[in-house]
Design a protein around this ligand. Structure first.
Ligand SMILES: [Zn+2]
Length: 365
């Protein structure tokens, strides 16, 4: 039996293999606090039942681990296979390879697949990352270019579900609905799909990276090339920026972390967010339901507004814009199981509300 993690998004440390029990743990690398992302591949275990004993905390979401046995489609294994901090998997007789992960993975290769089906998305490069990778910059250009909406995802590398939400936003822009047509006419989407590109490809947690992570880099002296390049572009769009989005996933499980929610802002931005939230709540059609009551108020829990985040940077420098941080859960939303398609459907809901919001605030219809 081989346990591998030397592929994009891979992350595991194997402590020992004894019989049918593997002791292993997530690789936290430079993350300064406990975090929970992991992903590995097993080969050569066909016909065996293997217990994967994690040795660094409970790293399973509310639907257990994810598995992929065909190299393409991922599904949740459910909590039934979980026993404490271990899970057990019975490999079929002909199952020579299976991939396991904390959540449904998403790396550059997945984006490439999406883009082959969406050739209208213009592909540029924002900058070169610290470890020499191209940081993608995607654009959907409207006919009139009246407004620019910057959108970021994966400022925290491990927050994969945000990428499926992003796919939904991109897909909605091109659809044949009144809201889509307004976007095609007036709204340019400017998107950084993998802000921490190195972290995404190398399988880092990304969150709470030392000395600070990408979503604490929007201060006077940015550490990362992506932040510096993005700041310059935002400034170039300052006259046309009306909304900006930053897509995240929350904590591993529990309470609000099993809901879709928006991160509250101070006034006057809070009033704009509440209007946007109402539009989103009213217009949504996806199976995963957003409730504005789950938003985390500004000043509550961790939402102190003190870090040098992307959304705070937009508020401070472009106060006419509404900068929304969206938190999309890993495994469950309101008791419903999160799937890639469910996340995409929420992305479409988000794009619809975005269109309605811009129409209202611009007086254009
Ligand atoms: Zn995040």
């Amino acid at each position: 039996m081989n346990i591998e993690a030397d592929f994009p998004g891979g992350n595991i440390l194997v402590d020992s293999v004894q019989g049918d029990t593997v002791c292993l743990r997530q690789d936290r690398r430079t993350t300064t606090e406990w975090w929970f992302y992991w992903r590995f591949r097993v080969r050569g275990a066909a016909g065996r039942t293997i217990r994967f004993q994690f040795t660094d905390g409970d790293v399973f979401g509310v639907r257990g681990p994810c598995v992929c046995t065909d190299g393409a489609d991922w599904r949740w294994l459910g909590r039934e296979c979980v026993d404490g901090t271990a899970f057990t998997y019975a490999f079929a007789e002909n199952e020579d390879r299976a991939d396991f992960a904390f959540c449904i993975p998403y790396v550059e290769a997945d984006l490439r697949t999406f883009l082959t089906w969406h050739p209208d998305v213009r592909q540029n490069v924002l900058t070169t990352s610290e470890r020499g990778r191209a940081v993608e910059h995607l654009t959907l250009s409207s006919r009139l270019g009246s407004f620019v909406v910057p959108i970021t995802a994966r400022l925290h590398a491990c927050e994969t579900m945000g990428s499926f939400v992003l796919e939904g936003i991109l897909a909605f822009w091109r659809e044949d609905s009144p809201e889509s047509r307004f976007l095609q006419e007036h709204v340019d989407l400017q998107i950084i799909p993998f802000f921490d590109k190195d972290g995404v490809e190398e399988g880092d947690q990304g969150k709470l990276r030392a000395p600070h992570d990408h979503n604490r880099d929007f201060g006077p002296t940015p550490r990362y090339a992506a932040t510096r390049a993005w700041m310059a572009l935002l400034n170039a769009w300052r006259e046309k920026m009306i909304v900006a989005f930053d897509i995240h996933c929350p904590w591993i499980r529990g309470g609000r972390n099993e809901e879709i929610f928006l991160v509250g802002s101070p006034e006057p931005w809070q009033a704009r967010q509440e209007r946007f939230a109402a539009l989103l709540e009213q217009g949504q059609a996806g199976e995963l339901t957003y409730h504005a009551q789950n938003n985390i108020p500004y000043g509550a829990e961790w939402n102190t507004g003190e870090g040098n985040t992307f959304t705070r940077f937009v508020r401070d420098n472009y106060p006419v814009a509404f900068a929304g941080a969206v938190e999309f859960p890993y495994a469950a939303a309101g008791g419903q199981t999160v799937t890639a398609d469910g996340a995409r459907a929420f992305g479409r809901d988000l794009a619809r509300a975005l269109s309605q919001y811009v129409q209202e605030h611009s007086g254009l219809c």
